[in-house]
Ligand binder design. Structure first.
Ligand SMILES: [Cu+2]
Length: 183
């Protein structure tokens, strides 16, 4: 932990120098020390951006962000239980509940949108609520059983990057839809 503190202090100190160095850097990019400072600053900025996204998950403003830039071409624009994409990149085991509250009943996937790493296996687990559901990829890549059984599971491993849109066939009109973003 002390190493973290030291490096964090270095970043702060470098950041202060970076204000001066940055001005020089803008007009021509000078010394190697400035370059180091810049890359440290970039790392710190990336981390704080991640934090901002996480914070956004629980705030109403993220709905607006999701609607404008993250509704996946409108696929999730009518999905009430979608507020933001849950970041599960790096997670070994990711579970999505089938049959969570959405609109008029348990016609949702929880969470409705996730981001995972390539090669991750997602387990869809039925809650037993909202009658019979299934999980069907819009592009036909997978289709689960149609069941109402509490605790039923269906697994799919996402082997290639991209955005996978899926739905529950009986409740597609009730906006029982989800998205898996594979990175
Ligand atoms: Cu359903």
């Amino acid at each position: 932990m002390s190493q973290t503190n030291v490096s964090r202090r270095d970043v702060v100190r470098v950041g202060a120098a970076g204000i001066v160095g940055g001005l020089a850097g803008c007009s021509g990019g000078s010394g190697g020390a400035v370059t180091t400072a810049d890359s440290s600053g970039a790392d710190a900025a990336a981390e704080s951006n991640d934090g901002a996204e996480s914070d956004g998950d629980s705030t109403p403003t993220s709905t607006a962000v999701g609607a404008s830039s993250g509704s996946f071409d409108g696929w999730l624009s009518g999905v009430e239980n979608f507020d933001s994409v849950r970041d599960e990149t790096g997670s070994d085991a990711v579970t999505v509940e089938v049959g969570v509250q959405n609109g008029s009943g348990a016609y949702g996937f929880g969470p409705a949108a996730i981001r995972i790493s390539t090669g991750t296996t997602v387990t869809f687990e039925w809650t037993g609520r909202g009658a019979s559901h299934n999980v069907v990829a819009r592009d036909g890549a997978f289709e689960s059983e149609l069941t109402a059984e509490d605790g039923h599971t269906f697994e799919h491993t996402f082997e290639s990057s991209g955005t996978v849109k899926y739905y529950c066939q009986p409740h597609r009109a009730l906006e029982m839809k989800g998205v898996v973003v594979v990175e």
